[in-house]
Design a protein. Structure first.
Length: 750
């Protein structure tokens, strides 16, 4: 970066300075960790801490123990090793009459030069490492040490405290030593004043928590556990607060804009729809419906999250909101995550609306509208027709996938955006669609499954929330059983059970994790597979994972299975053409092909009321919420359902815990909490948020609900008083840092 010559060159704030100028020797290595500036280094918090422990007297050492000894250097000598090449530094330290040998090996003298210089005879300090036996003599190999100035000013208590001080252990990369990071951090911290570190936490929010400089010192160079704890708590709160402030600001900014009011009109499509609805709305549907209706009628844009139990009837709630908007002269767009789901939504809405959706057609009701479907893979004639209906306003309801976001799509009067199964869309995509409206459209976001409160607060913190807890009365029971995969007789029984259900007029889903038998990992078709591997990869004794069962393979097997003789078996997966997918689902729904072997493409939203059995193969490889979502595909009508989870799980494994919970309850909110408990953090927020560059280093959604809650209250209060954060430049800068650093990835949740 070069500054123009004639401009006044202002020095960069210290935090933004390149490490190349501050700690030139190690900047390149730190850059590999994405640590580029002074600020990055300060926020490169230790991974963990380690304690040396009480000093042990040299006379009591035992081989294999990790010890710290308090001693005086007697001598240190470096020499080259003729036999092996490289150099060795040997030191002898002494405490009273006991002596101990310390040894370091290195390739070159340079690597040990500093140790040799520091370990002068008479130097005092703590030496820490594991006791080894070398030819009958005890020694510490590559010990860590810390020297102190003179003996006089260190009383026994100070030394004891020093030996127990938590010592930072940093995330490293090849060629970068922990000690190097410790020293680089020290350089930066000692040259830093409070003025270099504007605190994003306003004083009254911070209260008695340490200031930023104090907290950074406390986390990088804690004197004791109390200081460390206070520092961690403050920095964790800061992460939550900055994020909540941004969410509150988004919300406030949006609320300040004007939207076209879409009040309910008597005698319109909505009234006609309600009059012909074949069932009574549940209490929850009525209440959320009223909330939504009220907000649509107001002049500021609705921003609402509708979360609900699987099968709780979110679609009807959304349809009623759309009709109110159409009655008030607007259009509604429904954004779906997959083509299968978009097509099904269009079909469902058409069926629910009947002649109310046959605008401009023979037999259409008075004032009827139209449902347009727009997907990426539809033919050009159908596409042109849809685009014309959307642009001309003939289509009041527009259902589509990402294709809706394309610049060719022009709305006549977009008044409401409904996003289904939001976790697959990001804020940016919402915004693209919103921008297609003349003014600011109302927004209704629907989640596929119940989500825990902390996730709602963190990921959807800029939205208000409505919750549908109940499923419609009369909904059938679904029982869930685990079936051991290794028992052929049990599997045989599973297929017989499928046959019995089919003979009684039911349908059966058979879910597989993959499409093809011999294809690779990418072939999983949206299955969000769980590996249960430890973060560092499989251990040596980890069992090899069985190959996953695949759709094409299982379908062939079932067609040949005696138990299913004469029963037609279909297939559905993401690599089929849209027409084939539609046909497979339609044949399944009609009962012409009552067994459907499928990937998780059926996971969200697919609604076939006669489906009564679900068999999930390799169930141990799916996460809780995915299985709950899958299971939501059955028991949607009045017939009881049965869900058979086929897997081999050993007791006490995470997979056994997941499947056990699923067997025990059908309550999606309970399962969402269990999921949060059992999953690792990265899985909850998605890879983008757990990877490098994430703003969340210390805050864990799974563990710090109270912190998030406190931060949210504080952030909302602050943003209410100062919506643009004019009086809080340090906070505004911190938000910018987070947003710039990750291209709004966190808020994107794609
Ligand atoms: P989800 O909330 O999982 O998206 P859907 O909107 O797909 O659920 O609804 C599930 C099924 O329940 C659909 O077949 C729908 O027609 C039906 N349904 C919705 N509301 C009611 C109700 N109040 N009474 C009876 N059935 C309902
Ligand atoms: Mg749905």
């Amino acid at each position: 970066m070069t500054a123009p010559h004639d401009a006044v060159v202002r020095p960069l704030p210290y935090l933004e300075q390149d490490l190349g100028r501050v700690v030139p020797g190690v900047a390149k290595k730190l850059a590999k960790l994405d640590v580029l500036t002074v600020g990055d280094l300060l926020r490169h918090y230790p991974r963990r801490y380690h304690r040396w422990g009480h000093p042990t007297s040299i006379g009591e050492l035992r081989v294999g123990e990790h010890v710290t000894v308090d001693a005086e250097v007697e001598q240190a000598t470096m020499r080259t090793m003729r036999s092996r090449g490289g150099v060795i530094l040997e030191a002898v330290v002494r405490n009273g009459r006991d002596r101990l040998h310390l040894t370091w090996f290195a390739k070159h003298q340079g690597a040990l030069r500093r140790f040799e210089q520091e370990l002068r005879p008479g130097a005092l300090g703590l030496f820490s490492g594991t006791v080894k036996d070398y030819r009958g003599q005890m020694q510490l190999l590559h010990p860590e040490y810390e020297l102190r100035e003179t003996d006089d000013d260190a009383d026994e208590a100070t030394r004891l405290a020093e030996s127990e001080r938590p010592r930072p252990v940093y995330g490293l990369t090849s060629g970068l030593k922990n000690q190097t990071v410790v020293e680089a951090v020290k350089v930066v911290l000692t040259s830093m004043t409070d003025r270099d570190l504007p605190d994003p936490l306003p004083d009254d929010v911070r209260g008695s928590m340490p200031g930023l400089r104090e907290a950074l010192l406390g986390v990088h160079r804690p004197q004791d556990d109390d200081e460390l704890k206070a520092a961690l708590e403050r920095l964790r709160f800061e992460e939550a607060f900055v994020l909540q402030a941004e969410l509150a600001r988004r919300k406030a900014r949006f609320a300040a804009q004007a939207a076209v009011a879409r009040p309910r009109r008597a005698g319109g499509l909505l009234d006609a729809f309600d009059a012909r609805l074949p069932f009574a709305l549940t209490a929850g549907q009525r209440e959320t419906g009223e909330e939504i209706a009220r907000q649509l009628a107001g002049g500021s844009p609705m921003q609402r999250l509708l979360q609900g139990e699987v099968g709780s009837g979110k679609t009807v709630v959304a349809a009623r909101a759309m009709l109110q908007v159409i009655d008030a002269g607007g259009q509604a767009a429904l954004l779906a995550p997959t083509e299968v789901l978009a097509a099904q939504h269009a079909r469902t809405l058409q069926a629910l609306l009947g002649d109310l959706a046959e605008g401009g057609m023979l037999g259409g009701a008075d004032g009827a509208t139209r449902v347009a479907l727009l997907t990426g893979s539809q033919g050009s004639a159908a596409r042109r027709r849809a685009l014309a209906d959307i642009a001309g306003g003939a289509a009041g309801i527009v259902v589509g996938t990402h294709a809706l976001l394309s610049e060719h799509v022009q709305f006549a009067e977009l008044g409401l955006v409904v996003v289904d199964e939001q976790h697959r869309f990001g804020v940016e995509q919402r915004d693209v669609l919103r921008a297609k409206a003349g003014g600011v459209p109302h927004l209704l976001v629907m989640t596929a499954t119940p989500i825990p409160r902390t996730v709602a607060m963190t990921v959807f913190g800029d939205l208000e929330t409505s919750t549908l807890r109940e499923v419609p009365a009369g909904r059938a029971e679904v029982v869930t059983h685990l079936v051991p995969a290794a028992r052929p007789a049990w599997l045989e029984r599973v297929w017989q059970r499928v046959r019995e259900e089919v003979e009684r007029g039911g349908r059966a889903y058979v879910v597989c994790a993959r499409i093809d038998g011999d294809a690779k990992r990418e072939d999983v078709d949206g299955a969000d597979l769980v590996t249960d591997l430890p973060p560092d990869g499989p251990g040596d004794d980890a069992p090899a994972q069985r190959p996953l069962r695949a759709v094409t393979e299982v379908a062939a097997e079932l067609r040949a299975a005696p138990a299913l003789h004469g029963v037609r078996v279909g297939e559905l997966h993401g690599r089929m053409s849209p027409e084939d997918k539609d046909r497979a689902l339609a044949d399944f729904a009609s009962g012409a092909v009552p067994v459907l072997v499928s990937t998780t493409v059926i996971e969200v939203g697919v609604d076939v009321p006669d489906a009564t059995v679900m068999v999930v193969l390799d169930a141990d490889r799916f996460g809780i919420s995915q299985l709950h979502q899958l299971r939501g595909r059955i028991g949607r009508g009045s017939r009881p359902g049965v869900c058979l989870l086929v897997a081999d799980v050993a007791e006490g494994t995470p997979a056994a815990a997941r499947l056990g919970r699923l067997e025990a309850t059908r309550d999606g909110f309970e399962l969402a909490d269990a999921d949060l408990e059992l999953r690792r953090e990265g899985d909850v927020l998605g890879a983008a948020q757990s990877g490098r560059g994430s703003s969340l280093r210390l805050l864990q959604v799974t563990r710090h609900a109270d912190v998030i809650e406190r931060a949210r209250v504080a952030a909302r209060g602050l943003v209410e008083a100062d919506p643009e954060l004019a009086g809080h430049p340090a906070l505004a800068a911190a938000i910018q840092g987070v947003l710039a650093g990750e291209r709004e990835e966190f808020l994107d949740r794609t």
